[in-house]
Design a protein around this ligand. Sequence first.
Ligand code: PGA
Ligand code: ZN
Length: 425
Amino acid sequence: MAVKTNILDVRARQVLDSRGNPTVEAEVESGRAMGRASVPSGASKGRHEALELRDGGERFHGMGVAKAVGNVRGALRRGVVGLRVDDQRRLDHKMISLDGTPDKSKLGANAILAVSMASAKAAANSNGVSLFVQLRKSGRYILPVPMMNVINGGEHAGNDLAVQEFLIEPVGASSCAEAIRMGSEVYHSLKAILVSEHGRGAINVGDEGGFAPPFRLTREALGSIRKAVSASGYSEKEVKLGIDAAASTFYDEKSGRYTLDGHAMSGEALEDHYARLRDEFGLLTIEDPFHEEAFDDFASITKRLGRSTKVIGDDIYVTNVARIKLGIEKKATNAVLIKLNQIGTVSETEDAIGLARAAGWTPVVSHRSGETEDPFIAHLATAFGADFIKTGAPARGERVAKYNELLRIEEELRSKAGYAGRELG
Ligand code: PGA
Ligand code: ZN
């Protein structure tokens, strides 16, 4: 039986994220229990994301979040104390109206999201259930396929790879735990291959725990991962490959060209380039192949490759229902990346996932490159049936926090949980 309980207090503080930058941590006290949550932060952000409020000035090189913390302690606390802790929608809408701006720039999406997440946890703790149960109480839970970023490039690493992420996707596993084991094995095979072929300097890691070898070409990275899959004893059917191009980061607005793999290319030429890579490496997922306003180019590649490849929109949609609707109208993609802090509340994130599902799209719940040890997204993905979870390499504490939480969730559910892998491969 769910117990009715109200929010008694809200606290907040500045903590550090995985890049050593400040971020907001909030605590919501219900009288029965407390929930604590902290928000992540991106590096290759979409232009239309909700606003992350930063202090500017000298402290923390301008990256401080003291103002956002102050907003939690002040306006947000005053607004939400007394509300039901388990009425997530009411709470989120109250905060949205207190802010009053379309991009949450008055109080800061980082302030609002911290309270939204902490409240969900306080509700779960008050009811004595796991967070994923609190978020969705009934139905069959399906655990997501981990998308593990094993080679880092773009803005997440100090190498010359233009593509930001090179991912392994163990769709052939029979459970999430087995997928995590397979991912870890491939990661370590890759490490050995990189050392033997390129020396120890090739195994330094980037922001998301993937290796950052001194490669220039997309093919070099995919080729070494393919070798690692096979060295681990898996077939290309069992462990699929994917990329996140994060193409806005190598797009030049003036010339309208993308600089990748030694060439400056038009959108059309880039589509051909991806199609060749897809054919050669059997890519299951291609995220952000074009810049964040290029709906027509997205639609073109989805039409061409979408039967067997998930074309995922991240920066183009920024977890925003209005932009996802536009994408559905234009048939721009067949999958969408879901990041809590792009939109700023748990309820709006749930709506984005629901909209994608209703359109027959594949939702992919994702971390940010700047993360904390908070495993919230493992519960979010389980609760709302995301087919994939993208949360970095199987290394670095802030990344494995999510994978480890999935292990616990699967254990709690035992035979009641399914695994999303089979139909996706
Ligand atoms: P970000 O990268 O967190 O730096 O934005 C993640 C992604 O692009 O998917
Ligand atoms: Zn992305």
